[in-house]
Design a protein around this ligand. Structure first.
Ligand code: ZN
Length: 443
């Protein structure tokens, strides 16, 4: 189905940050024409979406999510990272089964899509990842997603401790089932959890498989002081060096967090072209710190934005992360260090580039995939919306998202999910979360 988005304020997020009032034509899964040429570019049979008084944006991109944790929202509060993992998150993940995994993924996907996120990079848990990939595919979202890889680590429940070879074989099988093709909406990404959870053999194996498959490598790094010290005590070196030695570095590597990076490490990331995903809510809630986003930017590191998992946020709301990224940078690096326009870049073209998808998505440009959202600017909390970028970053909320398209397919219409049954998912989540908490010995 072709679509004409008519009369909106089009925030292209292209390299020139062009904004214009007018039309956008979507056909064959792509953006085919802009402005006055849009209507003529479509055949007679097309759907018109009225966008007057609304902003038309590229779909938002979140570079670090854990769909399998959405069900654990509110179950792990007020503790730092390693305690949070060992006492709460790992036992909960170990208690997951097929039913709870599906509900958790669907709950996350429903929240993400309704809030205007059209692409995510997602780290799963150790087992059952087919269910998560299948839920992504059914929802229509664009996803890069992989199972977590874990073959060692203090406090890891036996159910999450993998045999290294078997884990690598399973990841390889998943990457064959969900290959890295440009036309595929769901693709596999290799996700060693973090240095403390992975042997050298596991890290090297992931790097080799990802290189062979042309897939992304995604892990956590430099998140927290205590975690970095634990890595140094275990390996005698820091996490970034340990990862790089095993091949987890370079243009296909995406590191979540990067909160505690010194100048040399930032330079090394830039030189290697390793990407970083900033997760401001998560870094605040786990007391981890504030990432040096402006410095990363200045050094030329590709930076994206992500909500991380629901238990360390507790939302998956891209607008919240945009707002926090801009606000925190003012504290960290000065009031003009990250403008609203630059913050929006993190969740659009900058985020796409961080995931190696800059040619495909991230901006409203002719030829790109038709991942587009329509955001209402007329509500009380956004009026009078005179400065478009500051309205979007500081005033807008996820509930202002009216329409969402991925590959030109409409997934949200006037705030309603078209591919996911929100009331059914919320009801199942209310049943499944206490069941899994009991199974994990936490309730
Ligand atoms: Zn994470």
């Amino acid at each position: 189905m072709s679509v004409l988005l008519r009369g909106g304020l089009v925030v292209t997020c292209d390299p020139d940050h062009r904004v214009f009032q007018g039309d956008v034509a979507l056909a064959g899964g792509r953006i085919v024409a802009l402005g006055e040429e849009a209507r003529a570019a479509l055949a007679t049979d097309y759907q018109v979406v009225h966008a007057q008084g609304k902003a038309v944006l590229p779909g938002l991109i979140q570079g670090h999510i854990h769909l399998v944790q959405t069900l654990f929202r509110g179950l792990a509060e007020d503790v730092p990272l390693l305690t949070w993992l060992r006492r709460f998150l790992w036992p909960l993940e170990a208690a997951h089964d097929e039913r709870s995994l599906r509900v958790s993924a669907e709950l996350g996907l429903a929240e993400l899509l309704r809030g205007g996120t059209t692409t995510l990079l997602d780290m799963g848990t150790v087992h059952g990842h087919d269910v998560v990939l299948d839920a992504c595919a059914r929802s229509g979202i664009r996803a890069l997603s992989g199972k977590a890889m874990m073959d060692r680590g203090e406090g890891t429940p036996p159910a999450l401790l993998e045999n290294t070879r078997a884990a690598l074989r399973e990841a390889e099988r998943l990457s064959r089932d969900w290959p890295n093709r440009p036309d595929a909406r769901v693709r596999y990404a290799f996700c060693p959890r973090f240095v403390l959870s992975c042997s050298e053999e596991m890290l090297r194996g992931c790097a080799a498989l990802a290189a062979e498959a042309g897939a992304l490598l995604h892990t956590h790094a430099a998140e927290q002081v205590e975690e970095r010290a634990a890595v140094r005590a275990l390996l005698g070196t820091d996490d970034l060096t340990a990862l790089a030695r095993c091949g987890i570095t370079g243009s296909r590597t995406v590191l979540a967090h990067g909160v505690h990076l010194d100048d040399d490490e930032i330079r090394a990331l830039a030189a290697a072209d390793t990407a970083v995903v900033h997760c401001p809510s998560s870094n605040l809630k786990l007391g981890s710190g504030i990432a040096r986003v402006a410095d990363l930017h200045r050094a030329g590191v590709r930076v994206g934005l992500g909500a991380d998992g629901a238990p360390c946020n507790n939302n998956l709301d891209a607008f919240m992360e945009l707002r926090l990224a801009a606000l925190l940078s003012k504290i960290n690096a000065g009031t003009s260090s990250l403008s609203a326009r630059e913050a929006l870049h993190l969740a659009t073209l900058g985020g796409a580039r961080a995931l190696g998808l800059g040619e495909l998505i991230g901006s409203i440009e002719v030829g790109k995939r038709a991942d587009v959202i329509v955001v209402d600017l007329q509500d009380i909390h956004t009026a009078p919306a005179l400065d478009l970028f500051s309205t979007l970053v500081y005033a807008c909320q996820s509930r202002d998202v009216r329409h969402v398209f991925v590959d030109g397919q409409q997934l949200v219409h006037d705030g309603e999910l078209l591919t996911l049954d929100a009331p059914r998912i919320a009801a199942q989540a209310r049943e499944e979360a206490p069941r899994i908490a009991r199974k994990a010995g936490l309730a």
